[in-house]
Design a protein around this ligand. Sequence first.
Ligand code: NIG
Ligand code: ZN
Length: 402
Amino acid sequence: MATSTLVTGIAELVTNDPALGEGPLGILHEAAIVAVAEPGADDGAAPLGGRVAWVGPASGAPAADRAIDVAGRAVVPGFVDSHTHLVFAGDRSAEFAARMAGERYDGGGIASTVGATRAASDDELRARLAGFVAEARAQGTTTLEVKSGYALDVDGEARLLRLAREVTDETTFLGAHVVPAEYVGRTDEYVALVTGDMLAACAPHARWIDVFCEPASPHAFDGDAAREVLLAGRGAGLGLRVHAGQLAPGPGVGLAVELGAASVDHGTYLTPSDVAALASSETVLTLLPGVEFSTRSPYPDARALLDAGVAVALASDCNPGTSFTSSMPLVVALAVREMGMTPAEALWAATAGGARALRRDDVGHLGVGARADLAVLEAPSYVHLAYRPGVPLATALDLPGA
Ligand SMILES: N=CN[C@@H](CCC(=O)O)C(=O)O
Ligand SMILES: [Zn+2]
């Protein structure tokens, strides 16, 4: 039998549905929400925490089997973190310290994570991954994309994706992360492996394919190689995502738009034609301010991008090299303070924007029928996410059935 839960005492509810409340965030005050869960459901069609069955002013709330009173807190849609690299072993804190002493990031440190990850057991990787998922949930994240990319051989990449699939359906094959040591000087042969045997082994465990298209890095892939990888992935039924414009402007953004990628990520460096192409496309630009923070790079001008009509998402890019944070509240605060977004734009980008970057309409908002993925804030308003940086305000709400 289905279990219904009434969440009451919501001082401010962000629905991200303008039809339900004020402004683009669809804000309701003194609100309530009802979630209905089927016991034992966990197949995505009927999620464990249930779906939103009713949302509106608390005064009109229907009765339910159980009630949770959040006592004057704000509730927002759970964060949709559409870009992470969470299956890895090893430690790169020394690389971070060197960077803070003046060294530049060029992707070379990825090799050290590849070595440690290849040597780790399934259980070691699984335990670390579970720790990151719990850490993210404790900060309000309810949907996570997870990439492979730290094995770079056929069995290893498939193993990372199998492990990622244990925690999310949003898994991304990133065999084209960098050229591994054993293929240096033979990039063409490595691309043939990625688009051949590796793709065949990985596609059954992945929804997406991604490529680090960055000709400015001696380790990553140029536009031609990236095109080959993306076309092969599309042929295998995968959706497209691209890492581009992290170190310098390059061909990746244009390629992502041309091929209809769901998202192109980083965008630290963009040309005016990149911006124009994005603005007239269905491709989301996912900004990753944790990377600029942790690599001492200039922040992209999100204000100008939004004003130009680009669809912007925010994600953590949690990884051991360029952004070792799982904190979406930190990402929101950085986007507001350093990239010119308003608190409302940043919250939208970290929730509905992430959903759009994953081409999902069941997360990132709290309209009737959406997944009942709620984040509760230890604050009366979502504005506190940026106003009180570094304070642990957000947490995902556990509903009966979850
Ligand atoms: N730039 C490429 N990939 C990751 C970093 C990976 C690493 O340094 O371990 C990123 O998104 O920033
Ligand atoms: Zn990344």
